[in-house]
Ligand binder design. Structure first.
Ligand code: BTN
Length: 324
């Protein structure tokens, strides 16, 4: 996205329609060039309507991410990022951008993107990331201990998101092990967000984590996602900046605790949001496939599954609810 396109978005971000002529004058370009830029923005997922006789207007007003607003919201929590806060209009993946920062700048830095052209989910999946609608956020954190002790980090990230949402009165969210954030009424729970934690470093430590969070605030109705999804369209009153700041604030408070005490202090809270607590689920893992009752998580972030032979500790895999 070039600077003219970014300026164009700012011109359209208000509630009023703006004529092609006004846009052209503001940008110092022809109406035809304006039209070409608008086409590019539509391709990124912006819904721009052309209203006869009035000009162009966004289908819904847009609140762009703003560094000062987020910094101010953190300040209200008496918090400050140890690293940098970077807002990207367009990027391939905020997780990759975070990992590409100089190593000494990664700890405590946050990158938030308006649009990702190659957003990544777990297991090589794509994370659909249209412009200006959702939250795509990555935070870097360095831990002194080794990779093995960070297994619970994506569970912690999911917990901070549902707790941030609860602070806005959104309480119909659930956590699906290991990293999904669901919304709705059981059994019709749909995916609202997810966490992708990527770790590099030494087995014995220190190591660097990139904590990536994707959260759907408003997806286009015709979006092509191969699973049932949810968003927060019924809560358009919530500011994207305030919600992003709330998630960052909760990460800033939780990560030092996790760093010194691991997942233990968070187990109870995670289990309270557990989507399938006490339900019979099917686990499909790299070397196991089993059916059992999902009991909850342990201090290593493993899922405890009970079948007729006892309680099994599951470290990786995908679970699905077994239909009755
Ligand atoms: C999943 O549920 O599979 C995890 C989705 C994680 C998506 C986020 S969006 C911000 C960060 N950048 C990425 O490319 N992925 C994560």
């Amino acid at each position: 996205m070039n600077p003219q396109q970014i300026k164009l978005i700012h011109l359209l971000a208000g509630a009023e329609a703006v004529s092609g002529e006004q846009l052209g004058v503001a940008l110092g370009i022809s109406r035809n060039a304006v039209w070409k830029h608008l086409q590019k923005l539509r391709g990124l997922g912006l819904e721009i309507q052309a209203i006869a006789g009035r000009g162009y207007q966004l289908q819904a007003p847009l609140e762009l991410f703003n560094k000062e607003t987020i910094d101010a919201a953190l300040h209200q929590h008496s918090l400050q990022l140890p690293g940098r806060l970077i807002i990207q209009a367009e990027t391939a993946s905020s997780n990759d951008d975070l990992k590409n920062l100089p190593p000494e700048q990664q700890h405590g830095s946050v990158i938030i993107a308006e649009y990702q052209s190659a957003g990544r989910g777990r297991r090589g999946r794509t994370w659909v990331s249209p412009f200006g609608r959702n939250i795509y956020l990555s935070m870097g954190w360095e831990f002194q201990h080794g990779v093995n002790q960070l297994a619970g980090l994506s569970l912690l990230a999911g917990l901070t998101v549902v707790e941030a949402l609860a602070s806005f009165g959104i309480t119909d969210t659930r956590l699906k092990w290991p990293n999904d954030i669901l919304r709705g009424k059981a059994p019709a729970l749909a995916k609202l967000g997810g966490c992708l934690v990527e770790i590099s470093g030494d087995i014995a430590g220190p190591c660097q984590a990139t904590i990536g969070i994707g959260l759907n605030l408003r997806l286009p109705d015709d979006i092509d996602i191969d699973q049932s999804w949810a968003d927060l369209r019924d809560r358009s009153d919530i500011s994207r900046n305030t919600l992003a700041a709330e998630i960052i604030a909760r990460l800033l408070q939780a990560l030092p605790v996790f760093s010194s005490r691991g997942l233990e202090p968070f187990i109870e809270a995670w289990n309270q949001y557990h989507a399938y607590a006490g339900e019979t689920v099917h686990l499909c893992g790299p070397d196991t496939s089993m059916t059992g009752v999902a009991l909850g998580i342990d201090k290593h972030g493993a899922l405890l599954l009970q079948d007729e032979s006892g309680i099994k500790t599951i470290h990786s895999g995908e679970i699905s609810l077994r239909r009755k």
